[in-house]
Design a protein around this ligand. Sequence first.
Ligand code: ADP
Ligand code: GLC
Length: 489
Amino acid sequence: MGKAKTGFKVAFVGSECYPFVKTGGLGDVMYALPRALIREGCSVRVILPLYNCIPQKYKDQMKYVGSFMMDQTMEGRTFYVGIMEIEMEGVIYDFIDNREFFDWGNPYTGLWEDIPKYCYFSKAALAILNYMEWYPDVIHCHDWQAALVPLYLRTKFWNCPLKDSKSMLTIHNLRFQGICGIQHLKYWSGLPDGLFDYPVFKQNEDEANMFKGGLAYADAITTVSATYAQEIQTPEFGEHLDAHLRYHSVRMKGIVNGIDTEIWDSSTDKLLAAPYDVTDVLEKKWVNKEALREQLGLSRENGGKMVFGLVSRLTDQKGLDLVDAIFPQIMDGNTQVIVLGTGDPRYENAFRYYEDKYKGDVCAYISYNEALAHRIYAGADAFLVPSLFEPCGLTQLIAMRYGTVPVVRETGGLKDTVLPYDAEKNEGNGFTFDRYTPELLLKAVNEAKTLFFTDRPRWDAMVRRNMEKDVSWEQSAKQYLDFYKELKA
Ligand code: ADP
Ligand code: GLC
């Protein structure tokens, strides 16, 4: 499989990767993009922490590569670094073993412990590349947890063969930056004092910011959609780093995420009651919808009800206060809602309340459950993603691939991937709204309902259009590879 090797070597460094450990879309990207790059002829290694929470079946498959002691902290304390490895379909996964840092957490604990953990991880990622004598063309780092890699590369590793590697830092979510007291970061990173000034780490008189430092030192910056790349340069979305990002924007590009179309393939998905493709989606979606209703205890009396799905971390980012505000108006007797997610108790409780209030028509499944997520993507008619901000968003892509119509807010990657329905031209992928207000979400939901109930041929045409839309990684992997090559030119 794949093209002839280009000889291009890329190391991915990040804090999560499906199927070992995943809390959100970062885990999906760390899995899918390396596989897509392999298909473009690259060699890819993915470097991850060996968390205790990784399922035993994967730990059992890992083989020991080597170990050494590494100095870390301002005092030069030494810590064990073990390397455990798995190869899966051409991608090599190297796990950094250190029980002091990775034996607890799920995988994250709290910033106070996470800062030392990811300082150690970022330095160890480079140290293991050195140890294995595997010198990548590009070291592709993800989010704040890997943001120190570019800084270690240009300081502690300046006089080893790794110095020829270029670094790329991808912003998946600017809300999380790794901010702490300056002394805490100075101590744990062991990085030179000169970096703790305003152009690099310094955030304010007392605090240092790991993401800010990484963005200043990375050879290239990317984020996960073109719209988010623009948005984060404004005060509204910039999370206090907008000026910093404007300054560094010449090195920044937005490249939209895809999804892994082998995992997300409704025609081979073993988790579904009835797998389907674009030719039989209409009958089979019905079978999946009935099976889903039965599994979740939803009423099947009036089988024609429209089902809205929502699969999400339950946080402020996801626009759930808008859903909360209009919930009673969504429930018109012809609608059912299924929510799958965990997070902020405020939202967990709100959805539990609605489940009780609209018994048989609402399911609040407060949990993380991959199998159920697949069944919701397949069994729902429409899918809600009304986010306050959304760097890319994968759930709307999965929904479309499964023939489910997204209702989204026009922000970040949602804006770039969901073309609004245009009744005149009979085009588009879903229903969208711009300003962050409950009224506009309700209007979009009602537009979706109107089309579903009054013009099924057009609705069905949109379902098929969505299934045929290219949401794979292919085009975006090519763009990453071009950007890697630009860096090395
Ligand atoms: P984010 O990374 O901001 O959480 P994304 O849309 O990029 O949002 O990715 C979310 C990923 O996590 C998707 O693969 C989605 O299916 C999955 N997911 C989110 N919540 C759950 C859940 N409760 N159970 C199963 N999968 C979930
Ligand atoms: C982040 C963002 C999400 C994006 C994902 C993968 O978690 O919140 O929008 O899809 O990363 O890049």
